[in-house]
Design a protein. Structure first.
Length: 190
């Protein structure tokens, strides 16, 4: 049986109408810092807004070490028009035995409310079901994160409930909404 990680050697480059989904590099440092340093972007994430480019470099160091160890790392979301990095999306908590992954994503506030993350997540769901053979793709968001919840709903994920006091983030316990899409929910648009 293939593991989920085996589908990332080589790292799969994906394309949507407006974006290129590709590995992150040190060349992305300035673009990544420009959105990771925005408090509104970091508000509903597990990480604090980056205070310096050293914070961003540390994250890229971590990502590159994941790539080198043949483990999953995030897709960088490149805007095809500007050629700039505008966010990232990845599979977290992979379980090859159950063929389950969890999605995590972040997008520059300059690109919010344009349907870009819906486009990206749709492509990553398609890749997961059609190429990797996943059975379940899930995602969680903080209850107040209406933008993320809307993305999950638009891509066909179903709300499963609220996980109460589920995760300690920034020294506070948060309730999280759980969404999922399973193989039998997924239909191929032809």
């Amino acid at each position: 049986m293939n593991t989920i990680e085996s589908y990332f050697d080589p790292f799969p480059v994906l394309e949507t109408e407006r974006t290129l989904l590709r590995p992150l590099t040190y060349d992305d440092l300035d673009d990544m810092y420009s959105y990771c340093s925005v408090p509104a972007v970091a508000e509903f994430t597990t990480w604090d807004a980056h205070q310096s480019k050293e914070d961003t470099k540390g994250f890229i160091d971590f990502v590159l070490s994941r790539y080198e160890a043949d483990k999953l790392g995030p897709w960088g979301i490149e805007d095809k028009q500007s050629k700039r990095l505008i966010g990232s999306c990845n599979y977290l908590g992979c379980d090859s035995n159950s063929m389950r992954v969890e999605l995590g994503y972040v997008l520059s506030d300059q690109y919010w409310n344009q349907g870009i993350m819906t486009e990206v997540v749709s492509k990553i769901i398609q890749f997961g079901f059609e190429e990797v053979g996943l059975e379940r793709i899930q995602a969680r968001c903080m209850v107040d994160n209406t933008g993320s919840a809307k993305v999950m709903e638009k891509v066909g994920m179903k709300f499963e409930g609220v996980l109460r006091n589920y995760m300690k983030v920034k020294n506070e316990l948060w309730d999280l909404k759980m969404y999922s899409i399973i193989r039998s929910d997924y239909t191929i648009d032809i």
